[in-house]
Design a protein around this ligand. Structure first.
Ligand code: GLA
Length: 360
């Protein structure tokens, strides 16, 4: 009798699993969120040659962000040479399949080309020269994709990591002072007046960082700079942000009349760390059932907030497709695997996926 009953439950479980598998085939994140906002994913040109990843992208997402291909280093390796190949192929894929594209990014302190800040004998260039280079770069890149991209991350991460400081002491800042930020937006707007222009940053839910980002945004808005929106990168973890911090950030930024997007979402199973370090002896890296549960709860919580703020949130983008490959593998701990996304290493939906599409 007991055996019969457990057989019955096993059969029930199997049919429930089959039903879920069926649902994955028929509806994706983009369909569940159709009435809310586009659901995007960061991709490389290589991802778009892998049939399994392509199938997952097309079933789940309706917006793409080039993960690296449009950054200044990769796309503009020498002053008089652009490398359009990867960026063009991502944009062509998006056009073929009717996907939106967010451009990422036009001005950042990291992944810059070697030539950018230096003259021919290796000295730092003047402010005039650097702003001219920025203008040429932005004008050329934005023009090329005009009408095919609907948004650009214009300035990325200009706020310092040190909470007692304001703007990051990057070479942009050292050479131009704060002006490069407004200029970047002006150049982008001149090149494509229809593009939605973003300031994009991380840890924006931490109160001290939120205040400094807000201060910058307010300065830009008050000065009439053509900024339309703010990107909350959302490189999060199991304990961060809490719901209140996230809500505060969305409310505060949107109070300036800016739209908000979640631009680089992932939920690391480890606490946030920025500096590279060695893996400690005994430090494990498995996605245990307990961690998977916590990750599911965090994803459920943040998506609930996103849905509540659908009037100001105009997009949610994941940073990478599945746990098969994420930028958080080996970062900041070489040799350590991470599992921050909604799809597992076999491209199958994880527990968190089912919570994200369950609107109860
Ligand atoms: C930042 C950048 C992204 C990406 C991630 C980590 O958030 O905006 O382009 O480089 O770091 O990969």
């Amino acid at each position: 009798m007991v055996e019969k009953r457990s057989l019955f439950f096993v059969a029930l479980l199997i049919s429930a699993m089959q039903l879920k598998a069926q649902q994955v085939k028929s509806a994706g994140l983009k369909d569940y969120y159709k009435k809310y906002f586009p659901i995007g994913v960061a991709v490389s040109a290589g991802d778009l040659k892998d049939p399994g990843e392509v199938a997952l992208i097309l079933s789940q997402f309706n917006s793409l962000t080039p993960e690296n291909a449009m950054k200044m280093g990769p796309i503009h390796p020498e002053e008089n040479r652009y490398n359009w190949r990867d960026a063009d192929s991502i944009v062509a894929f998006a056009q073929l399949h009717g996907l939106k594209v967010r451009g990422h990014n036009l001005c950042w302190h990291s992944q810059t080309p070697r030539w950018l800040f230096k003259d021919s004998i290796g000295n730092l260039v003047s402010k005039e020269v650097l702003l001219k280079r920025l203008k040429d770069h932005i004008t050329t890149v934005v023009n090329r994709y005009k009408g095919k991209l609907y948004a650009w991350d214009v300035v990325n991460e200009a706020i310092d990591d040190d909470s007692t400081k304001f703007l990051r002491n990057s070479l942009w800042y050292q050479i131009c002072g704060p002006d490069f930020i407004a200029k970047a937006f002006e150049y982008a707007h001149a090149a494509d007046p229809d593009a939605v222009l973003f300031y994009n940053d991380y840890n924006t839910e931490r109160p001290e960082k939120r205040e400094r980002v807000y201060r910058l945004l307010k300065q830009l808005v008050d000065a009439g700079v053509p900024i339309n929106a703010v990107g909350i990168q959302a490189h999060w973890s199991l304990n961060e942000p809490d719901q209140k911090e996230l809500v505060e950030t969305i409310k505060k930024f949107s109070s300036l009349g800016l739209k908000v997007q979640v631009t680089e979402l992932d939920v690391s199973i480890y606490p946030w760390e920025k500096n590279m370090r060695k893996r400690q002896p005994g430090e494990t890296d498995a996605l245990t059932p307990e961690l998977e549960q916590k990750q599911m709860e965090k994803y459920a919580e943040v998506f609930k907030v996103f849905r509540q703020y659908r009037d100001v949130i105009t997009g949610v983008t994941f940073w990478n497709i599945s746990d098969k490959h994420t930028w958080l593998d080996n970062y900041p701990v070489p040799g350590r695997k991470n599992y921050p996304l909604l799809f597992d290493q076999n491209l199958q939906p994880k527990k968190a996926y089912w919570k994200v599409v369950d609107f109860k």
